[in-house]
Design a protein around this ligand. Sequence first.
Ligand SMILES: [Zn+2]
Length: 85
Amino acid sequence: MKHRELSCEQVIARLFDYLDHELDDRQAAELEQHLARCRDCFSRSEFEKRLRARLADSATQPAPPQMHRRIGRLLDDFDDAPPTC
Ligand SMILES: [Zn+2]
């Protein structure tokens, strides 16, 4: 069986699934083979990886205190409101 080569378009189309670990082992291996050979796709995947790492970092940072206060106030208002039923 002839080895199936991925085109750059196919690699880019699957890149997000790859980064999300949603490809099966064979698909991931094919993609990695392409990345090992293709500089364009490799740098593209590195860029996406770094971007994701950064987004993940900012998502895990605690919410600013003002936001907590605002939510607390909303909850207080809710407690003070007369029952509606
Ligand atoms: Zn490529």
